[in-house]
Design a protein around this ligand. Structure first.
Ligand SMILES: [Zn+2]
Length: 204
């Protein structure tokens, strides 16, 4: 099963923030239960060098519950921190926790499962890097996303993080082009038709 969260090609911490998303039917949470969390991790597993779909299939329901809980906790912390960085004006977009609690949650997630690189070198073949983890691959992947979030929030990319101000949108994106205004083409189209509607309503 694929996640129902639309993936936008953003860095993984931003994709995780965007597991809360909205459409005409309202706000959705792609991590609302353990199956949702598993589906999201399965969809992004190819973008980690720690996790395969098979690793997820080996987890017991209680493992998955714990994992889903950690993923939601990290997601909520990241949305709170993104709201701070972007001075997010959208009501209800951010998680209402305190800033220091969000920082603590992020740091706990980053430190939960250690990861390191190992070199393998078979004579006659090029040297290769493998990522090793001191815990289950899925936990290590969540820690790696937290780690990437720390880098995102402390490097120049922070200044390009944006809250999408498309009508009803609750997503974030990294502004990777000077003219980019929206998280997606859908939001751009919606914003244009809303402007069009307002203009025409004003003249009739
Ligand atoms: Zn948007």
């Amino acid at each position: 099963m694929d996640t129902d969260a639309p993936l936008l090609g953003e860095p993984l911490p931003v994709e995780l923030m965007n597991t809360v998303w909205a459409d005409r039917d309202g706000v959705h949470d792609a991590l609302r239960d353990r199956d949702g969390a598993k589906a999201w991790l399965r969809t992004v597993s190819a973008r980690t060098d720690l996790l395969t779909p098979g690793d997820l299939d080996r987890l017991t329901p209680s493992d998955l519950d714990r994992l889903a809980h950690r993923l939601v906790d990290l997601r909520d912390a990241l949305r709170r921190l993104a709201a701070e960085v972007t001075e997010d004006p959208r009501p209800h977009a951010s998680h209402p926790r305190a800033l220091d609690a969000a920082v603590t949650a992020l740091n706990q997630a980053a430190g939960d499962t250690p990861r390191w690189s190992a070199l393998s070198w078979t004579p006659g073949r090029p040297p290769a890097r493998h990522v090793r983890a001191g815990g289950p691959p899925a936990s290590a992947a969540v820690s790696a996303i937290a780690d990437e979030a720390v880098a995102l929030l402390t490097q120049d990319a922070r200044h390009r993080l944006r809250a999408c101000l498309g009508p009803g949108c609750v997503r974030y994106f990294v502004k990777d082009h000077p003219r980019r205004e929206w998280c997606s083409a859908t939001c751009g189209n919606r914003a244009r038709s809303a402007r069009h509607y307002r203009r025409h309503r004003g003249t009739t």
